[in-house]
Design a protein around this ligand. Structure first.
Ligand code: IPM
Ligand code: MN
Length: 345
């Protein structure tokens, strides 16, 4: 029999509630011969307040022993902005080389969108996850004076860009429409922009079946609202990807259904799967949080580990549940039960 050895990080706020539902659905969908082993870790605001730690070297070593990581949400207003973001989430993305930040957007039947008409939205964003302006390569001089100078340098390596561009081409090649759009700002950010564009064009020659396209990031935000159907796969840098995936979530059902994977495709280190939403302290502990984004993140986790049929069962269950959801409010637990029932049935 096989073993799925999962690290579980419920984190802060609604993270606890939604992760419980994700595990419930995971338990229900796994075949009999797969033994699910989970170990829970207490990272987040409570641990930070108690010990001052966000993620120690020993923590990272422990996490490395797992096949994958399921994360709820990390963050609380009681912790200064940036401490947990840099000290936990980004640290883990860098340490485990999560260079493919995968964020699918699919508008499912029965789900409301602020867009006019009923657009068929079904695209994925491959956001670079380890470089760009996220590396902390910057500084400040004359700090706090009227002459303060702050720099925040975007790091773009040929190695880092090529591997994420290749990943995006392979994903585009595997989809029916086979279309890949590079999103950047190469008219202004010309150094990084030329690196991205040159590598994109070079790799494109190896994927003759994939149709390619380029958009400046500002224009991409317009098309995400006016013509989201034009997108199939988007590849972009860390910061542009951060911004456009929030917009993508907003037009395709909201953060209640937006899932993501922080993926290390080589599987050298475990990948981490998490809902795009945060810890939502305002509704924590009330059983109001929608666990759907976490459940869809579990599907991405299963697909990454090779459980394709199980991933599809979860996605089908979510589609069916959303189509029948209507306007009656259900608790976090009720939605989890409904989804677990559908995948088991
Ligand atoms: C995300 C978040 C993070 C990011 C923050 C919390 C560091 O916004 O996962 O999109 O900017 O990547
Ligand atoms: Mn974000």
């Amino acid at each position: 029999s096989r073993i799925l050895n999962l690290a579980v990080i419920p984190g802060d706020g609604i993270g606890q509630e939604v992760v419980a539902q994700g595990l419930k659905v995971l338990g229900a969908v796994l075949p009999q011969d797969v033994k699910l082993e989970t170990k829970e870790y207490d990272f987040g605001a409570r641990r930070y307040h108690a010990t001052g730690e966000t993620l120690t070297d020993a923590d990272a070593e422990a996490l490395k022993q797992h096949d994958a990581i399921l994360l709820g949400a990390i963050g609380d207003p009681s912790v200064p902005s940036g401490v947990l973001e840099r000290g936990f989430l980004l640290k883990l993305r860098f340490l485990f080389d999560h260079h493919v930040n995968l964020r699918p957007s699919k508008l499912l039947p029965g789900v409301a969108t602020p867009l006019k008409g009923e657009p068929e939205i079904d695209f994925i964003v491959v956001r670079e996850g380890t470089e760009g302006p996220y590396t902390g390569n910057g500084g400040s001089i004359r700090t706090g004076t009227p002459h303060e100078v702050a720099t925040e340098v975007s790091v773009n390596t040929a190695f880092g860009v090529e591997r994420v561009v290749r990943d995006a081409f392979a994903r585009a090649q595997a989809r029916p429409r086979k279309k890949l759009t590079l999103v950047h700002k190469n008219n202004v950010l010309s150094f990084a922009g030329h690196l991205w564009t040159n590598i994109f064009n070079k790799v494109a020659a190896e994927f003759p079946e994939v149709t390619t396209d380029y958009l400046h990031v500002d224009a991409a935000t317009i098309f995400l609202v006016t013509d989201p159907e034009r997108f199939d796969v988007i590849v972009t840098d860390n910061l542009f990807g951060d911004i456009i995936t929030d917009l993508a979530a907003a037009v395709s059902g909201g953060i209640g259904v937006a899932a993501s994977g922080n993926i290390n495709p080589s599987r050298e280190f475990p990948s981490m799967f998490e809902p795009v939403h945060g810890s939502a302290p305002d509704i924590a502990g009330q059983g109001k949080a929608d666990p759907t984004a976490t459940v869809l993140s579990v599907a991405l986790l299963l697909r990454h580990l090779g459980y394709e049929a199980e991933a599809v069962r979860i996605e089908d269950a979510v589609s069916a549940d959303l189509a029948e959801r209507g306007t009656t409010a259900r608790t976090t637990d009720e939605i989890g039960d409904a989804l677990a029932g559908r995948v088991a049935g």
